[in-house]
Ligand binder design. Sequence first.
Ligand SMILES: Cc1ncc(COP(=O)(O)O)c(C=O)c1O
Length: 441
Amino acid sequence: MVELLEKIYSLTDKEMEECAGHLMLGGGTRGGPILDHGKGVRVWDTSGKDYIDCTSQSWALLLGYANDEINEIIREHSTKMTHIHQGFDNKVRFYLARELARRAPAGMNRVSFTVGGGPAIEAAMKIAFKNVQPSREFVTLFDSYHGSTLGSMGASWISTKSAGKFYGGSRFLPLTRTFVRIPNPVTYRNPLGVSTEEYIDICLTMTREIFQRGVSGKPAGVIVEPIQASAGQLILPKRYLQGLREICDEFETLLIFDEIQTFGRIGETFAANYFGVIPDIICLGKSFGAGLPLAGIIISDKLKGFEPDSEELHTFANPTLSMACACKQLEMFDNGVLANGRTMGKYLGDKLKELQKTYPQLGDIRQVGMHIGVEITDEKMRPLAEEAGLIRKFGFKHGIILGTGGVRKNVLKVKPPLIINQAECDEIIEKFKASIKEVFG
Ligand SMILES: Cc1ncc(COP(=O)(O)O)c(C=O)c1O
């Protein structure tokens, strides 16, 4: 190890405590293990204990830790360059843009790169404003999460009372944009107690009414996660997304898919292709750079794009190294990674459903590919947030890192890397079961 890394990795507990005093965090739940290194689906802490990581680190590591093929690209490409200004072309950016357009829905051929998920949402908002005039508002769904930048925070549930109290976003509302919310068609625990089909109709009818009477002028766009991840892994019905497409066409506004969490994870590169609904803009982030920072948008050929007068200018919008890794990841998607994600995701989902027979507290299991959420509830579907938190905590003891979330904080996220094998899935189930047992006996 080089001298500096040796120095860093030999920090003592006392020194770490001192260093931690200088940190200021605005999100994320601390209190888990201090991570040292990882390989595949597994990560080790500084004491040498290992965990299967079902969070893929904010769902960004689809290929797992220290992937050999990605590391080979990093090693070789980092000796050429890691980053250049977006005003300079290079072959990696050309290649990645073409590979994305090849895989994107028909008629979506232009890509703009940016630095993170929130900025990708904002880039989509800028395109919407350019193309839908006059407009001043955006429409989003109840409980959606689109980021915590000032431009995206107002669109996210953290600015509402979804969770029973206002979260941090509300403090910055004077500086955020106007978002008009529409109901999300989630029938588990729906407020009217009607069937899924009836509830979809109600949501679409209310949406049409809101477009007619609840917005000032034309909305610039509707921003929607095809699977509302942070809300609780809520899979939106295809018929609803089709209905939303029709409403957007009718009211001449743009349909913007936030595919920042679904990219690859659902066993398909694009959720638009999975759901068979073509939006006007697709936003990408998180795992897009194969574990390195990268985000972007893909837009319809019908739209006016960015013009080169500082409409969308970021120092790190051309991270060549991340882009080279993104190219490699797309190649790996085609060579079995997505197929494995689909097979192993279904296997994990089925195993969790078996476990549900013993533990009815696993109130609802939602799975598309390796995008899996488990609601922890009592027998009346009431959320058990504290218990979900405890299961996560016991997970650390049993060697598994689970995510928690959902606006009611009672959804456990089981979202390991797509490269997982069956034995590792079985290990997740064993560790998950041991953690549940600690809480429910
Ligand atoms: C669906 C979705 N959109 C947008 C974002 C924001 O991405 P970032 O944290 O990279 O700004 C997130 C992050 O969790 C997300 O899940």
